[in-house]
Design a protein around this ligand. Sequence first.
Ligand code: ADP
Ligand code: ADP
Length: 226
Amino acid sequence: MHVELQGVSKQYRTGDDREVRALDNVSLHIGEAEFVCLLGPSGCGKSTLLKLMAGIERPSAGSVRFAGKPVNGASTERGYVFQEYALFPWLTVDGNIRFGLELKGISRKRQQEAVERYLELLGLKQAARLYPKELSGGMSQRVAIARALILQPKLLLMDEPFAALDAILRRKLQEEVARLWRQENITFVLVTHDVEEAIYLADRIIVMSPGPGRIKEEVAVRLPRP
Ligand code: ADP
Ligand code: ADP
């Protein structure tokens, strides 16, 4: 399903009551099942753009729509993987991955099948009973990714999801994401600092300007799909 941003601006108010401009009149169309990577220097508004699409921030001006409807709050249709994997510290790896399925009222048997599949997929079987404080950064990030994927979102928003991982694991997860994108009808928006990652994964790369959030250019990638 497609995402549509029209004339979106976002200002934050800081603790000392200053206004910080994060996005300035951004318009953007992301097509059904398109894979878009957002590239740009630190502070240019990439995370803000994702949070607006996720519905966890509201625009100061303009509109954000998903599948034709205004985005209003978070929804399981729109998965979001944070830069800093916000796992529930009181739940095990298994419990963290299962959490959303429980909320959706999925039967115990189907929960179990899905959790086992995603534990396997992300190499977390040995870690199923561990708590977040016992995990390395890379493992935590894999749990965060599994937790989002298991809900089979129509739109998956990822904020530097592989930044904390070693090179081998990063490539494995990039391949996994590319496979999911081919097989499932998911629209992907991924923020990265890694130009190679963007070229490997994206249909289109959106490059943001340094300074207050504007789009500098859009580059269509014409490599054979991974
Ligand atoms: P990155 O550049 O790696 O995407 P972040 O998105 O975490 O890093 O932060 C980008 C900038 O936004 C940083 O300068 C950070 O200090 C600032 N920032 C993030 N969250 C807040 C906040 N809640 N209050 C003030 N500044 C913030
Ligand atoms: P990026 O992800 O590209 O690093 P962000 O979207 O995190 O950029 O931040 C864009 C701008 O908004 C930065 O100047 C940052 O400091 C500011 N910012 C982000 N979040 C907050 C916040 N919660 N409160 C105040 N300023 C923020």
